[in-house]
Design a protein around this ligand. Structure first.
Ligand code: FAD
Length: 485
């Protein structure tokens, strides 16, 4: 059997291991942490459990596909959300984003007076962008001639002018809607891959389609069960997972992979798949080969990061749901503070995820587990301790004001994740959540390909390489890697 080594047990690394095992490889995964999942992990604080990173589960079909490939009839169990997210505005408006398009358009019309037909027109445009970009940018390698020789790809290429790449998301959204709250609602989708709606191309207006059409889901066992169920599947297929194993080097002979070095020992392999952030794969694991470093690629701007407070809350809030967003009063000023000043805004948009709404054993009776997150810049050495203290004060003041309740007195336990700890826990350069940013129209073409063009036998998967960050795209990167084999 040919031997494959995967560096990192992030969700893409696990998916790549499963796919290669199905293809007949002997597969071994080396993970630096004592647990699998990378960003998709969990923490517990006393009687509270929290999903540590991702909280929104979209496009579950890419998880299902892994179980199907392995011939399993039973996979991950999850449920479809009727209300995707609740939105709270500073002017008192409360909007429920219903999964059902008609119901959502009706809700929007009732609150803002915007014509429901306009909302539907928006989703139609979003769907159109998806149909054009899906085959070219998402499901296949952009770096392979075969992709462009296919009829569906060629058809998409001819329709490229329709993907709206030359104006920003915000500008496009302003063209669709008059109501500021609705423009802010659709601008927020830029943050799904850590970008800025005032800079990112309107092509990213594809994202609402992914959420609205394919739906939003909650795994019955919480987000972390995506990781644990796939690790189990991998183990059943014979994948060997090694934890607490920091890979120090990818070993080459001339320009061909020979294996990796872990704990001073060479582990030989025919192919190596790095699920480690591509920046560190080159700068740490291939540091003795400066001639092979893709200098331009490594200089690209990174996506934003996050500051998260995990709070045990000794109360249950009827008006809150699984996903909740408390919008900033001035979105443009918030993005300026993050992207131009590389700092935080005093009135940040606050996202609260409460998994105990769907999984009651995540919190004690009549209590809730709040995952409270704001978008922050990538780590460039800012004084995070000071920024975190300031942000905590501002977040508590905002939530207390809108919920009409002193939130600080309800916090029974706390843990914090910031760009520094995201970087140190998962080896993500600058603590960015989604690899490189998508703030310009060329970003999709500039990401690292899933196969090295210079080093034979080296492949890349995960949120920092093609096709991009987020669970669905990370899973697709593993598919593209295995399609190369
Ligand atoms: P990672 O999760 O980055 O894991 C890489 C793994 O490699 C880690 O386990 C690391 O320890 C290991 N590793 C690194 N270097 C070495 C080495 N030298 N040796 C051995 N092992 C090594 N996505 C969504 O779809 N929905 C969301 O709601 C969402 N929200 C998010 C919120 C937060 C706070 C964060 C942090 C991310 C969020 N994301 C979300 C993004 C999503 O989590 C990531 O895109 C995805 O999990 C990335 O997976 P990955 O496979 O690239 O690997």
């Amino acid at each position: 059997k040919p031997k494959a080594i995967v560096i990192g047990a992030g969700i893409a690394g696990i998916a790549a291991a499963i796919r290669l095992a199905v293809k007949g490889y002997e597969v071994e995964v080396f993970e630096a942490n004592s647990y699998p999942g990378g960003k998709l992990s969990e923490i517990t604080l006393g009687a509270y459990r929290f999903d540590a990173g991702p909280s929104l589960f979209t496009m579950p079909q890419y998880v299902d596909e892994l179980f199907e490939l392995a011939g399993k009839t039973k996979g991950l169990s999850y449920q479809n959300l009727d209300v995707v997210c609740k939105y709270f505005y500073e002017d008192g408006t409360k909007l429920s984003a219903y999964a059902d398009e008609d119901r959502f358009a009706g809700e929007v019309a009732g609150l803002t007076g915007e014509d429901p037909a306009n909302v539907k027109r928006y989703f139609k445009n979003s769907r159109n962008i998806y149909q054009i970009t899906n085959h070219v940018f998402l499901e296949r390698s952009l770096h392979r001639l075969k992709t462009f020789l296919r009829w569906d790809t060629l058809k998409s290429v001819f329709r490229f002018p329709q993907i709206d790449a030359f104006r920003t998301m915000h500008r496009a959204n302003k063209g669709f809607f008059r109501d500021k709250r609705l423009i802010q609602f659709f601008d927020r989708y830029a943050t799904y891959n850590g970008s800025n709606p005032y800079q990112a191309p309107a092509t990213l207006n594809v994202i609402p389609h992914l959420e609205q059409y394919f739906g939003a889901y909650f795994p019955d066992g919480g987000m972390y069960s995506i990781t644990t169920s796939l690790v189990k599947l991998g183990e059943k297929l014979g994948v060997k997972f090694n934890y607490t194993c920091v890979v120090d080097e990818i070993v080459l002979q001339k320009q061909e992979v020979k294996g990796i070095r872990v704990k001073g020992e060479l582990q030989a392999a025919d192919v190596v798949i790095s699920n480690m952030d591509v920046y560190f794969t080159y700068s740490k694991l291939l540091k003795s080969h400066p001639e092979l470093q893709p200098a331009k690629l490594l200089k690209q701007e990174r996506s934003s990061s996050a500051l998260i407070f995990y709070w045990g809350i000794k109360k249950s809030f009827q008006e809150l749901d699984l996903h909740n967003v408390f919008f900033s009063g001035d979105y443009e000023a918030e993005f300026k503070a993050i992207w131009e000043k590389q700092g935080l805004y005093h009135d940040p948009t606050v996202y609260i995820n409460i998994s105990s709404k769907y999984k009651p054993d995540d919190a004690p009776m009549d209590c809730e587990n709040w995952f409270v997150m704001i978008n922050v810049p990538a780590n460039k050495g800012q004084d995070w301790d000071e920024l975190i203290a300031e942000a905590r004060k501002n977040i508590i003041a905002k939530l207390s004001r809108i919920l009409g309740e002193d939130v600080s007195s309800l916090i029974t336990c706390e843990s914090i994740l910031d760009p520094r700890s995201i970087e140190s826990k998962t080896s993500s350069y600058q603590g960015s959540l989604y690899g490189t940013s998508s703030n310009n129209q060329f970003a999709a073409f500039l990401r690292q390909a899933n196969r090295s063009s210079k080093i034979k036998g080296l492949y890349f998967c995960g949120g920092s390489v093609h096709p991009g960050g987020g669970i669905p795209l990370a899973l697709l990167s593993a598919k593209i890697v295995s399609d190369w084999m």
